[in-house]
Design a protein around this ligand. Structure first.
Ligand SMILES: NC(=O)C1=CN([C@@H]2O[C@H](COP(=O)(O)OP(=O)(O)OC[C@H]3O[C@@H](n4cnc5c(N)ncnc54)[C@H](O)[C@@H]3O)[C@@H](O)[C@H]2O)C=CC1
Ligand SMILES: O=C(O)C(=O)Cc1ccc(O)cc1
Length: 389
């Protein structure tokens, strides 16, 4: 059944990781979805995995309004319906242009984009009005959005319909945005299981500079130190390294556009990081000097304080979970067997991760639970014969 309140069909322009994931999620909810991508292979993969149908209209060439006067409600070749909603999921540097093209081409449609930086696209749309390319009414049908969910891989093959479940989805409307554009954007976020956060484009860009772009830079800087590291050193790696570097595997093509597109906000943060780093370097040059140990302790304590402010699951207040560690053989079925016993004990799993130690055929399954349930779970698993540490 088609979702209520979402103008359909939905046309997704750009069928990479994000566009295809949105298509899969909307299709699963029963929406009509069309797909279009200048890369025929990206579009074919997205179609093949069930993210929607190929858009039957022609999107090449300069836009001419399809659907204004003499509106037939169908594509010029008459084989498909005109989109009610357009989701632009192309790379950030062409997104403004594809948004403007969509506003001109589909006079009846709401147009939203999902690019990682919002200010530059909003400015491009506003410039379109100033330059006379767009009318104010056309620009009002645009709303910028950003799902705060992704993967370090790109392309439709990595797409997941569940990618947005419980993730924040920012909607950057302003006083000029048409209510139906905001409603369509929020409806898509809700259908895909995300939580809507309304924010100005400026506040969004300042926020993501810190919570998304700085972590990417930090992961890349740390990982780049590993390039020449001997394999014997890397063999000692544990979760500390993995946790701080996972997103270093991200797509350089995408990130050059994100970082360049949000340079002023990122620079402000980098200046602060540089100050802290300079201070640490001075301290480390003479770690026995009076006050040096205090300086180091302060740096770690400041990190503790910042880390404690990161919200918990589903945006709940930060909460320290207790961890129960179970040693399991590295053989099929072990994890599900432990989890079955956790379920039998009636304890909710708040988080879960697996740690391996190089050269051993065992894994350490770390089960995070509410602190009040820790002892009870340890006792229950111990009674079932599990090695609890
Ligand atoms: N990768 C991530 O984790 C996240 C990405 N985003 C944003 O989503 C957007 C898409 O990113 P991904 O899906 O990761 O990239 P991707 O590289 O997987 O896919 C981008 C797709 O856009 C297509 N494309 C190129 N030029 C186009 C044009 N002129 N019109 C339509 N399509 C065009 C490409 O052929 C490609 O298939 C970007 O704006 C990115 O900032 C947002 C949240 C998370
Ligand atoms: O992999 C992760 O944890 C991410 O944070 C991915 C991501 C990348 C780009 C975005 O604009 C939003 C999210």
């Amino acid at each position: 059944m088609a979702p209520r309140g979402l103008p359909e069909p939905v046309l997704i322009r750009g069928t990479g990781l994000l566009g295809t994931s949105i298509g899969l999620g909307l299709r699963a909810a029963g929406a009509d979805v069309y797909l279009a991508d200048p890369s025929p292979s990206a579009q074919a993969v997205a179609e093949d995995i069930g993210a929607g149908l190929a858009y039957p209209g022609d999107l090449s060439g300069a836009p001419t309004a399809t659907g204004s006067s003499g509106d037939t409600g169908t594509t010029p070749d008459g084989t498909g319906a005109l989109p009610g909603t357009v989701v632009v999921a192309s790379p950030p540097d062409v997104t403004g242009q594809v948004v403007i093209d969509s506003l001109l081409r589909f006079p009846g449609a709401v147009v939203l984009d999902i690019a990682s930086v919002k200010g530059q696209i909003q400015r491009q749309v506003r410039a379109g009005v100033v330059d006379g390319v767009l009318t104010e009414a056309q620009a009002a049908r645009y709303v910028g959005t950003h799902p705060m969910a992704g993967r370090e891989r790109s392309g439709p093959v990595a797409a997941r319909g569940q990618l947005f479940t419980a993730a924040p989805w920012v909607v950057c409307a302003d006083q000029d945005t048409a209510p139906q554009a905001v409603a369509a954007a929020e409806e898509i976020a809700q259908i895909l299981g995300a939580t809507v956060h309304r924010m100005s484009a400026e506040d969004h860009d300042a926020s993501v500079a810190l919570i998304s772009h700085l972590p990417q830079i930090a992961a890349s800087l740390v990982s780049s130190r590993l390039q020449e590291t001997p394999a014997a050193s890397l063999a000692l790696s544990g979760n500390g390294l993995r946790d701080t570097t996972r997103i270093a595997a991200s797509d350089p093509q995408l990130w050059v556009q994100i970082l360049a597109g949000n340079a002023p906000d990122i620079l402000r943060i980098l200046y602060g990081v540089r100050e802290d780093l300079d201070r640490l370097i001075t301290t480390m040059e003479d770690p026995t000097a009076p006050g040096a140990r205090l300086d180091i302790a302060q740096l770690i304590a400041e990190g503790n304080a910042g880390h404690a402010r990161i919200p918990g699951k589903h945006g709940a207040p930060p909460q320290a979970f207790a961890v129960v560690t179970v040693i399991v053989d590295d053989t099929p079925g072990q994890i599900s067997a432990v989890l079955q016993d956790v379920g039998q004990a009636g304890v909710n799993v708040e988080d879960l991760r697996m740690d391996h130690s190089a050269g051993h055929e065992v894994g350490m399954l770390e089960i995070s639970v509410l602190p009040g349930r820790k002892q009870e779970l340890m006792d229950a698993l111990g009674a079932q014969g599990w090695k609890v540490v």
